[in-house]
Design a protein around this ligand. Structure first.
Ligand SMILES: Nc1ncnc2c1ncn2[C@@H]1O[C@H](COP(=O)(O)OS(=O)(=O)O)[C@@H](OP(=O)(O)O)[C@H]1O
Length: 265
């Protein structure tokens, strides 16, 4: 955790954005890996004949070497001042809080359960931490609302997408993302959109050797941990009705007056 804090502090104090930079800013477990793959494919489909995603996990492909686009999971309020005042583009992918929490719970259980006999982190404690906001990169709601509000103020510079909409209407959402990334100069051709989606799909990425048995280059995490079910509503398999109710109440409370609602997810 100390290393993360150091790198965040360095990012805040030293990062100098260019106007054509693109920053991916999702909260952990909301689909960052998917967003990275989509952006990579939208921006590089023509040049990337070899398809680098067959060799590297999306987290090792973004940031790009020339720094054209990169990812961080900081809340909007913690972004370097220089980013907030620059014309660089931000893309935020939001996800249903209950699915985010459950995805995070599975992820941390995989990371923490290095010893074969160690028991899983109880879901009750995960719910408690999520609701109190004491989670990595938390609190969740302030994170989402920060980017949501900024996207309403600066729609040309901040794009707010939703995981559920990407699942429901992938072509439409990919066209929206491509248009944003390429300043409207995107190829709307159905075949191009299909290819971007196919190359970025969970089913495909998950089955690649690099993601089955490889380890991330930037931190030693098995690539397989970034791919699980990728379904909407998976929380139903883990949360009790009481837990779900508690999170729904909190969501309603935290989103009140923001223009975002539970029905959006
Ligand atoms: N390509 C693609 N398409 C659709 N969904 C995908 C994809 N890649 C990852 N996933 C699902 O996203 C969840 C992981 O979230 P993140 O990528 O944000 O995780 S991380 O913060 O980068 O560690 C996690 O969701 P859950 O399955 O619900 O746990 C992944 O399965």
């Amino acid at each position: 955790m100390e290393e993360y804090l150091e790198s965040m502090a360095a990012f805040r104090s030293e990062f100098q954005p260019r106007n054509d930079d693109i920053l991916l800013t999702s909260f952990p477990k909301t689909g960052t890996t998917w967003l990275m793959a989509l952006c990579h494919n939208i921006l590089n489909l023509e040049e990337d004949e070899e398809d680098i995603l067959t060799e590297k996990n999306p987290h090792d492909v973004v940031p790009t070497l020339d720094g054209a686009y990169l990812a961080d999971q900081l809340p909007y309020s913690c972004l370097p001042e220089a980013v907030r005042n620059s014309g660089c583009k931000l893309v935020h992918l939001a996800r249903n809080p209950k699915d985010t929490l459950v995805s995070m719970w599975h992820f941390y259980n995989k990371i923490l359960r290095r010893e074969p006999m160690s028991s899983p982190f109880p879901i009750e404690r995960a719910v408690e931490s999520f609701c109190s906001g004491v989670i990595p990169w938390g609190p969740f709601y302030e994170h989402v609302v920060g980017y949501w509000e900024e996207s309403r103020k600066r729609p040309d510079e901040v794009l707010f997408l939703k995981y559920e909409e990407l699942c429901r209407d992938p072509k439409d959402q990919v066209r929206k993302l491509a248009s944003f990334l390429k300043n409207g100069d995107n190829d709307d051709d159905d075949d191009v959109v299909e290819k971007v989606l196919q190359r970025s799909s969970l089913g495909r990425l998950k089955e690649l050797e690099v993601n089955k048995n490889g380890v991330l280059e930037i931190v030693p995490i098995p690539n397989a941990h970034f791919f699980r079910k990728g379904t909407v509503g998976d929380w139903k398999s883990c949360l009790t009705p009481q837990m779900a109710k508690r999170i729904d109440h909190l969501t309603q409370f935290k989103l009140r007056g923001t223009g975002l609602s539970l029905d959006d997810f």
